[in-house]
Design a protein around this ligand. Structure first.
Ligand SMILES: Cc1cc2nc3c(=O)[nH]c(=O)nc-3n(C[C@H](O)[C@H](O)[C@H](O)COP(=O)(O)OP(=O)(O)OC[C@H]3O[C@@H](n4cnc5c(N)ncnc54)[C@H](O)[C@@H]3O)c2cc1C
Ligand code: SF4
Length: 323
């Protein structure tokens, strides 16, 4: 790793000022320090600002009808927290499945939802592929090895100089689909963003957060969706492996929410399947049709057609399990 200045921010204002001056934020470092060690960025940051030194950002509380989770709460604390387990058990379960036991003790919910893509061109040592997602000109995965990439198209975005670019990397975060079906709200130093609008694609970014904007809290409404829900991840290795595809399903009063990770540049809400299921009880036939509906519109590349079958199968299975 190359040297950099390290600031332990005492307040959100101090951290935000540092970020506006070009620093990079670190929470648990599970994503960021690996990226710095592998030297994947076109410009090495001069300063890293630690958010964990800011007090009171790692608490879990309930307030009226809302479960409030500080952005610096670790995944391990979320997995074992009594309030999370009572009000949003699916979130505790998903947090407890991410990465490894030791990483979960240090990595945070805020870092998990802000993590950068795992695309192997993006992550290649020493910035070997200066791809579109880093401000470069092309997406190497479009014509290269795209077995882990999107089956629902690419995301178009603009670089700082106004150039149009496309990226087909997926959002592979553990908690993104879960927080989406829970209808979570993301509180930042500047605004409140609905889960449906929080994830995005930009140069060195996987969210709509602006430079200097810090995620401070995640609010989960206490609802029947939170109580009756399921989480499933599919990965090739049994442990310490990112989900190739993950899925959250929730139901309340005959209304269904289905969100998939690992299939699109942002968490993918399976609207056609939700519509098909609306007001109906799950039967084997309906679950099968919903799986097919969830995969509608998929256009896999040469190497990732297997994901379409995974979508159909996992959606069907989880609907049958939720009943
Ligand atoms: C071996 C290994 C296995 C892994 N397996 C998984 C897995 O199975 N599932 C999974 O989801 N992830 C996995 N990860 C990725 C990662 O460790 C986690 O997602 C982790 O939760 C990141 O959190 P962090 O606090 O360490 O974030 P950091 O690495 O500190 O930060 C990640 C990014 O988020 C930004 N950021 C952090 N906090 C904030 C905030 N409050 N406001 C604004 N921006 C912020 C940082 O600037 C940085 O760009 C794995 C990582 C490793 C090394
Ligand atoms: S998929 Fe995205 S991150 Fe991967 S090479 Fe293409 S532009 Fe870069």
């Amino acid at each position: 790793m190359r040297p950099f200045n390290h600031i332990n921010a005492a307040t959100l204002d101090e951290a935000a000022d540092a970020l506006k001056n070009g620093a990079v934020a670190v929470a648990g470092g599970g994503d960021l320090f690996g990226a710095l060690k592998d030297d994947i960025f076109p410009n090495y940051p001069k300063t890293v600002v630690n958010l964990k030194s800011i007090p009171n950002l790692n608490r879990v509380t309930t307030d009226g009808g809302t479960l409030k989770i500080g952005a610096l709460t670790t995944l391990a604390d979320i997995a074992r927290d009594a309030l999370v387990r009572e009000h949003a058990p699916i979130l505790a379960e998903a947090a407890g499945l991410a990465s490894s036991p030791s990483l979960r003790e240090t990595t945070t919910i805020g870092g998990n939802v802000c993590q950068l893509p795992r695309c192997w061109y993006f992550r290649k040592l020493n910035n070997r592929f200066d791809c579109a997602r880093k401000g470069g000109e092309k997406c190497f995965a479009l014509t290269g090895d795209n077995r882990y990439h999107s089956v629902f198209g690419g995301a178009s975005f603009e670089t700082a100089s106004g150039e149009k670019r496309v990226c087909i990397a997926v959002n592979q975060g553990e908690l993104a689909p879960v927080l989406t079906v829970l209808g979570a709200a993301f509180v930042t130093t500047e605004r409140v963003i609905d889960a449906a609008d929080f994830f995005g694609v930009g140069v060195l970014s996987s969210t709509v957060l602006k430079r200097g904007e810090i995620l401070t809290e995640i609010h989960v409404p206490l609802s029947n969706f939170a109580k009756r829900s399921r989480y499933k991840r599919f990965s090739f290795r049994k442990s310490i492996d990112f989900p190739v595809l993950n899925l959250a399903v929730a139901v309340s009063d005959g209304q269904y929410r289905i969100c998939l990770g690992g299939v699109a540049p942002v968490p993918y809400v399976a609207l056609s399947a939700e519509k098909l299921l609306s007001g109906n009880a799950i039967t084997p036939e309906l679950a099968e049709r919903a799986g097919i509906a969830a995969s509608e519109g998929a256009k896999p590349f040469d190497a990732n057609g297997y994901k379409v079958q995974l979508v159909k199968t996992l959606v069907k299975r989880e609907l049958l399990a939720i009943g």
